[in-house]
Design a protein. Structure first.
Length: 423
């Protein structure tokens, strides 16, 4: 099949087609309302119509600045945390090497980490993209202070301003004020899009463009997924079935979902997905705990628990059907290492065998297993994946009965921390 698709045959021990259909019927109105929603329906749905992201002037502006950076920079520093860096980092890390070295800053408060980054900048041509919806977030805010002082000292105020791109809320935020005062390139962080839903807006698109990935292909994939979701019968709709199945599993006591990948290039996708579902659903004492594994490595650690521990978790695998990469196993005449049974085979075959063996073992061991099949690891299919999970999350949280778009829980530690910091 030439599109992302869900396989749920391995939940049949727990949820059969009848139960699934019944549950979709029960939530039909709710689901239809969600699927019908438009960006203008709320101040958090700006991401739902992909044509919003396809603004030609904005795309051209971003592509041209990104080209300048690719031509002039040795290092591009992306300052941001949570929804402000996860989407871009996912695509950049999964699509292979960028010509410009990309460093991630402002996503922690470690002095050792920052020192290491600052050391790397010495003698290099540096550009910085600071991204913050709410410029009050401590990690990116204070890291940007360090970084802009460094750029101003190194290049002088005017050239530093040319090397700084600020992506923020253009509603009088302090980042916007700073940008206007200093003359930075300003990109909008759409007011009606929360960080974890922002990858297909300038928040994610600009740094992705800097890495050389074609952002138009990413958007084309998302638009295609949007079309598919809107033209598929509700009972045969993968995004609906995924959202409904995970809520049914939760009711049956499967409180944890593990997103499993068999491709290390996708490890940052896991992180993006964890934030999306964690902040959207984990509230009011409800929600599936989203976790993730990178296999085959984690088969040698968490694999034990998944197979044999408490039956409280289910898995969703991202299966890249054709990784378009291979590495043949070298032949050896003498079988001293005792691996000659693999002579003539390829690493892609090993990885696939490990994946299939894992799905079988976990399924037979009592773990409900879902699979999202993705034809290839390309920008187009990444766009499909992002949009699929964003809509799935919106639907799933709505069925669960929580507000997908707030995150009141993250404030508690901040209150304590600011008490200490401001004392
Ligand atoms: O873009 P910012 O306003 O800096 O927010 C960055 C992140 O920090 C917050 O604490 C929220 O929990 C996240 O949802 C958000 O993505």
């Amino acid at each position: 099949m030439n599109s992302l698709h869900l396989d749920y045959k391995n939940v049949d021990k727990y949820i059969n087609n009848e139960i699934l259909k019944e549950e979709v019927s029960k939530n039909k109105k709710l689901i239809e309302n969600c699927l019908k929603s438009k960006a203008s329906d709320s101040d958090s749905l700006g991401w739902i119509n992909t044509y919003h992201c396809n603004d030609e002037d904005m795309l051209t502006k971003m592509e041209s600045k990104a080209k300048e950076i690719r031509e002039n920079a040795d290092i591009f520093v992306l300052i941001g945390v949570g929804g402000s860096n996860q989407g871009a980092r996912t695509v950049i890390k999964s699509m292979g090497d960028s010509k410009v070295e990309i460093l991630y800053a402002g996503n922690n408060l470690s002095p050792a980490y920052l020192k290491n980054i600052m050391e790397k900048l010495k003698g290099k041509s540096v550009y910085v993209n600071v991204i913050a919806k709410n410029f009050a977030t401590l990690e990116p805010g204070i890291t940007f202070r360090v970084m802009r002082q460094y750029l101003e000292e190194t290049y002088g105020e005017k050239e530093a301003a040319n090397r700084i791109i600020a992506t923020g809320s253009l509603n009088g935020s302090s980042l916007e004020k700073l940008g206007k005062m200093k003359g930075y390139t300003l990109l909008p962080f759409p007011l009606d899009v929360g960080g974890r839903f922002s990858v297909l807006t300038p928040v994610g698109l600009f740094p992705i463009a800097v890495s050389g990935v074609d952002i138009r292909k990413l958007l084309a994939g998302a638009s295609e997924m949007e079309k598919t979701i809107h033209t598929t019968d509700i009972y045969k709709n993968d995004v609906v079935n995924y959202a409904v199945i995970r809520n049914l599993l939760l009711k049956k006591g499967y409180n944890i979902e593990i997103l499993g990948v068999f491709e290390p290039l996708m490890e940052f996708f896991n992180k993006w997905w964890v934030q999306l579902f964690g902040e959207s659903e984990g509230k009011d004492g409800k929600g599936i705990y989203p976790s993730s594994c990178s296999f085959s490595e984690d088969l040698h650690s968490l694999g034990q628990y998944i197979q044999d521990g408490q039956k409280i978790l289910f898995e969703t695998f991202i299966n890249i059907e054709d990784m378009e990469s291979s590495y043949p196993i070298p032949l050896e005449k003498e079988d001293i290492d005792e691996f000659n049974y693999l002579n003539g085979k390829d690493f892609s075959f090993l990885n696939r065998s490990a994946y299939e063996a894992t799905v079988k073992a976990h399924y037979e061991g009592g773990i409900p297993v879902l699979t999202v099949n993705v034809p290839k690891l390309t920008p187009f299919y990444m766009g499909q994946l992002f949009y699929f999970f964003e809509v799935a999350c919106y639907l799933s949280a709505t069925i669960l009965g929580v507000d997908p778009f707030n995150q009141p829980g993250v404030e508690a530690y901040k209150i304590n921390m600011f008490k200490t910091l401001k004392a």
